[in-house]
Design a protein around this ligand. Sequence first.
Ligand SMILES: Nc1ncnc2c1ncn2[C@@H]1O[C@H](COP(=O)(O)OP(=O)(O)O)[C@@H](O)[C@H]1O
Ligand SMILES: [Mg+2]
Length: 215
Amino acid sequence: MRIGEGGKRVVYEHPDDPLKLIKVTKPRDPVTENGFLDRLADALDFDTRQRAISKEIKEYERVVALERRGFGVSPIAHMYGYAATDRGPALVVEKIASHDGKIAQSLRQILSKRTLDLNELKALNIFAKKLFELDVKASDLTAANIVLGHRFTDNPNPTLEAVLVDGYGDTHLIPVRSWSRRLNALSNHRRLHRIAQFLGLQWNEQTRLFSLSQG
Ligand SMILES: Nc1ncnc2c1ncn2[C@@H]1O[C@H](COP(=O)(O)OP(=O)(O)O)[C@@H](O)[C@H]1O
Ligand SMILES: [Mg+2]
């Protein structure tokens, strides 16, 4: 059953594991995605989507390795690898769920209906703290890629968390984010400011906290 969709992928329930989701990459649209860079990539047989996926896996593995060494808790949804499906190869991931086990909502979906409550704001601030602690390379840190929900995989009674489900990995051709922790932090601050604006909040770079904006 199809339960979500972004620009690049379609998200389905896992057929026999309620704690997982599967993501199938959409084929490139030959009409709209036929710009100079698309054609150059074709000519060089250089699949940018495949490259983005391998960067994503690399970043996920780096952050999980840091978590195991006690550097902080990963804010990235778990990735379990690829599986063959009738819709082509699909990425199996941890499902971020609402309290009743259904798929959770992204910040963007929540904001189309209402503002965040204080518990959700707290979860978002813990998320932001982890981004800096673990120097997470987030190339597409947007409200659609942050999901607010529960992680039932290791805990039958999980608290509410904000989790990054997409858009991580150093996707630049020149991987500046990986070279410099400071440059990566600058980039994360910029995106958190934008998310704050979208949520009607304020992002404070010094305290690294979101707060309700005054006025
Ligand atoms: N692990 C997950 N748990 C819960 N919801 C998810 C998860 N991954 C994706 N989603 C939902 O599906 C949408 C699309 O998934 P995403 O991986 O961002 O696809 P795309 O690469 O096309 O942007 C997300 O915006 C989010 O709402
Ligand atoms: Mg996305």
